[in-house]
Write a new protein. Sequence first.
Length: 315
Amino acid sequence: MNFKNFDLNLLRILAALLKTGSTTRAGQQIGLSQPAVSAALARLRHALNDPLFVRQGRNLIATEYAETLREPLIDLLDQTEILLKGPETFDPKTDGYDFLCSGSDFFGELLIPHLADHMTQHAPLVRIRMQAVVAETYADPLINGADLALLPAAPFPKWVESQFLFQSHFIVIARRNNPMLSGRGAVKSDRISLDAFCAAQHVLFSPEGKFHGYSDAALLDTGRSRTVALTLPTFSGVGNAVAHSDMIALMPHQMAQYMAPRIGLDLFQPPIVLEPIDLVMAWHQRTNNSPAHRWLRDMITLLSKPLQALPSRPA
DNA sequence: CTAGACCTCGTCGCTAACAC
DNA sequence: GTGTTAGCGACGAGGTCTAG
């Protein structure tokens, strides 16, 4: 036989014939008419160079060769069916999976600890590698193999799926009793004056090391500008730099409220209107139907809900 | 009940045009 | 250069009918 030309669909029909011993019943079992099964049997006989079945009264009796095929063929088809179906479920209690996630320390500080807690209790065999965002475009982590990227909403390519998680407002952070601000009449939790904002040196979160953030464009609309003296690739680095200097920074309100009591920061409303940013999770379309990936996305969605509830005005 | 004759229609492979 | 889509013809699977 020539395996290259062999129609593997005939194996399904042969298995049905072996099970039923009748072209009529085999057809009923697999959804073909009797003549169609008969024709398929003729093709099988020609391809395998064996009569396969000999008619005996009202039944077809399998030849010795056909009998040798019975068990391995049925096993093979059962295994093929399981293979093509793929995993239908993911049980985090018993199934393992290694995920690669990409996101800033904003997520590392505020979201991942809750995920870690959930993993120890409910998903002991799941492992997550969290990598920092260092990317030219937001789709880069997914191109480079990340299963999930946590990042600001952006115009993603068609092959990227995304889901909104929560919104974040930028607020100003400064070290406690920063003389640059207290001398200018700023009161904690109040709106910082535009003059004080522009006079201060700024720390900027920028994984790419750029000296311009999205707030600079908004500032430019008012005809003013600021001085970015330092950029850092992590929000915790920005917070610490501000806590140990007279520099100030803009920071997502959830992160600022998390860090303020820990390292001694005062929080202020910015002097200009800054549109809130949408934080999303993004993933490659190829993992849309993966039960394991869906479990992870559901967990991220669930655990990020408290972050949406945090008020944007400092207390 | 099987299997051959004949018919219909879907699929496959090839080519060309087009988009990126 | 590569991938996608449309158009076309050839082929074959599967249907009905029917003889054995």
